[in-house]
Write a protein that binds this ligand. Sequence first.
Ligand code: GDP
Length: 198
Amino acid sequence: MIEIVLAGRSNVGKSTLFYQLFGVKVRRGKRPGTTIKPNQITYKDLIVTDLPGFGYISGVDKNFNERVKDFIVRYIEENADWIILAIQVVDGKSFLEIAERWEKRGYIPVEVEMFEFLNEVCPKVFLAVNKMDKVDDPDETLDAIAEKLGMLPPWTNWRHVIFPISAKKGKVENLRDAIKNRLMEIGRSDLIPVLRRN
Ligand code: GDP
């Protein structure tokens, strides 16, 4: 068995991206913050897992937010032996603002923490920077995001890790190709059909 996981804060567009990549509409809980169960699809011996959205959700019990984070960490640790790729999805429009808000309060932003964790545990990690259609100064924004996540700008030196996309507009070709290449790299080009063709 092998596995690809998608992780990201709530509302970054993870379900929209999941659909664009795999052609499967993942069911979402009616209200955010009510379910922890991940959504999964399988293709042959590949599982693709859409992990529950983490991070503070307004109106949701703090305790629940902590439980979601713990669930994700435990899930990834338990499945680490067969996870071949983790994709962390962030919102290009709000990432910096949210990260800086937490830093000012003296906390490490949860998305920074998650990216470090994924890199420690998973053999390959991609950063999908979504909602690029809403970003006015893409290069500047991507440089700043890269830097926050420990990658020395310019972001263009990290094109094998950082994928600016717009899931809503269907602009995910760069990320799709990278997933395809990853499957080929591990000798599993037979799994490429799991990706939706456009
Ligand atoms: P999730 O909570 O991470 O699964 O996020 P959803 O996929 O439900 O998307 C959250 C919101 O962001 C929805 O209103 C989407 O239409 C919107 N969204 C998703 N991707 C994009 C994108 O690429 N650009 C823009 N502008 N909005 C997006």
